[in-house]
Design a binder for this molecule. Structure first.
Ligand code: NDP
Length: 246
């Protein structure tokens, strides 16, 4: 039996990487899936076709998370086009790096807009539609609890904010049995952090398990949290980081 039959999910940033893996796995389990993208229109269209060819149903919504209006509209479009919203996955993220003197206020604003404000906005708007027992799952980072090196402050700050947001929303939405959780991936092989880049060698030295994670590893946890196995999990911060924070 498909675990997510009759469910509708919205994933922000679903055109590539971890988001695309989440789209595919939720769809394979029977969910109707909407996902947003910003720049990768061709990838988004390919993914919609791939899912349709497999007998699933997905829609791609152009929505740059930097503008809060786009996020609100994406939630409304999902409900309008797919009829309901049961699962929100806040995945889109910006990895802006640089030491303090190299960062600009624009870097700060962009990072806060995409990595924090969009997550708040999507959760805020989705909460109007989620049924009792709905799910909000956000993607943080292993660099929230431990920056570990120079040049990570902005990103680390933004992903740390999701810890507080997740715990607070768990209490706000708990009376409706809506669960709210945060997954903190470690180095995961995507365009953002390719396993074959020269930097990867050093990254591997910081892991207990000496290998990059796969987007599917993160998607598998999303599926667990979104399904019946996640009924009593809320306000949790779950590391899937190969032991980066061990
Ligand atoms: P990728 O860069 O490979 O993919 C990012 C996805 O998010 C793309 O689909 C992209 O769409 C979308 N996206 C980016 N910016 C925006 C935006 N402004 N508006 C809408 N969509 C946007 O990243 P990953 O898959 O690696 O990362 C996914 C999440 O996981 C992020 O939150 C990231 O911070 C987090 N993470 C990743 C780690 C890793 O090692 N890969 C480690 C820890 C956390 P488009 O191309 O259309 O713009």
């Amino acid at each position: 039996m498909q675990e997510h039959n009759s469910k509708v999910a919205l994933i922000t940033g679903g055109s590539r990487g971890i988001g695309a893996a989440i789209v595919k796995q939720l769809s394979a389990q029977g969910a109707k899936v909407a996902f947003t993208y910003s720049k990768s229109k061709i990838n988004a269209e390919k993914l919609v076709k791939e899912i349709s060819d497999l007998g699933g149903h997905a829609i791609a919504i152009p929505a740059d998370s930097v503008d809060v209006k786009n996020i609100i509209l994406a939630v409304e479009q999902t409900v309008f086009l797919l009829g309901q919203l049961d699962i929100l996955v806040n995945n889109a993220g910006l990895f802006a790096t640089g030491k303090l003197h190299q960062l600009s206020m624009d870097d700060f604003d962009q990072t806060v807009s995409i990595n924090i404000r969009a997550v708040f906005a999507a959760s805020w708007q989705a909460a109007r539609h989620l049924p009792d027992g709905g799910r909000i799952i956000s993607i943080g980072s292993c660099l929230a609890p431990r920056a570990g090196r120079a040049g990570i402050s902005l990103y680390s700050m933004s992903k740390s904010a999701l810890v507080g947001l997740t715990k607070g929303l768990a209490h706000d939405l708990g009376p409706r049995r809506i669960t709210v959780n945060l997954i903190q991936p470690g180095p995961t092989d995507t365009d953002m952090n390719p396993a074959n880049s020269p930097k990867a060698v050093k990254t591997l030295q910081s892991l207990a398990l000496p290998a990059y994670g796969r987007p599917e590893d993160i998607a598998a946890m999303v599926l667990h949290l979104a399904g019946p196995g996640g009924n009593n999990i809320t306000g949790s911060v779950i590391d899937i980081d190969g032991g980066f924070n061990a």
